[in-house]
Design a protein around this ligand. Sequence first.
Ligand SMILES: Cc1cc2nc3c(=O)[nH]c(=O)nc-3n(C[C@H](O)[C@H](O)[C@H](O)COP(=O)(O)OP(=O)(O)OC[C@H]3O[C@@H](n4cnc5c(N)ncnc54)[C@H](O)[C@@H]3O)c2cc1C
Length: 183
Amino acid sequence: MDMPLPDAAILARKGRIVARLRAVLPADAVIEDEAEVRVYECDALSAYRCPPMVAVLPRTTAEVSAVLRICWEEGVPVVPRGSGTSLAGGALPTADCVILGVARMNGVLETDYDNRFIRVQSGRTNLSVTGAVEPACLCDCRQYRDEFGRGALPEIRGDDEQPSGCHAGADGRHGAGDRRTVV
Ligand SMILES: Cc1cc2nc3c(=O)[nH]c(=O)nc-3n(C[C@H](O)[C@H](O)[C@H](O)COP(=O)(O)OP(=O)(O)OC[C@H]3O[C@@H](n4cnc5c(N)ncnc54)[C@H](O)[C@@H]3O)c2cc1C
C-alpha cells in the first residue's frame, strides 16, 4: 500500500505551524525533531510506517482545543494517538499531519462503586484504571475476583486479552475492549 502523498503546502509552512503550537503548549509538549517523531511512525500494524510532521502531547482540554484550532486554521490533518496498539493502522500518521498524543491526560474524574462505573480522561490506561479502584476495595481484588468471577469489579486489565497499556479514549474511539469492559 502506498502512503498518501503529503500536502507540499503544509510541509512548507511547518516552521510557522510549529511556532504556533509552541505558543500554546509547554516546550516539552511539541516534538518536531526528525529522529524523535519516528517514535510515532506506526502503530501495531507495523508493516506501514510514516513519521508525522509534528507530535504534540497536551495535558489539558484547553491545550487540546488550542491545538485543534491551529490545525483547523492551517488545514493540517490531526491523528489522535493513545498507546499505538491499534492493529488496524488507526493511529498511522501521514507525513503532513500532527499526531495528538493523549498519554499525559490520564486523570480519574469520577468513580461510582455502586454502579461499577469509572470516568477517566482519555489517556488513562486500562491497567491504571484497575490501579485506581484496587486500593479502595474492601478485600483484595484478585481474591474477590476468584470468588465471584471475573467482571465482579470494574476491572479492565487486559493481561490475557487486550494490551494493558491501551488508553480509554482509544478504546472508545475504536470500539475496543474485552468481555469485561464497556467503554
Ligand atoms: C496483542 C494485542 C492484542 C489486542 N487485543 C485486543 C482485544 O482483545 N480487543 C480489542 O478490542 N482490541 C485488541 N487489540 C487492539 C488494540 O489494543 C485496541 O484497538 C485499543 O483500543 C488500542 O488502544 P491504544 O491506546 O493503543 O490506541 P491507538 O492504537 O493509539 O489508537 C486507536 C485508534 O483510536 C484513535 N484514538 C486514540 N485516542 C483517541 C482519543 N482520545 N480520541 C479520539 N480518538 C482516539 C486513534 O486515532 C486510532 O484510530 C489488541 C492489540 C494488540 C497489539
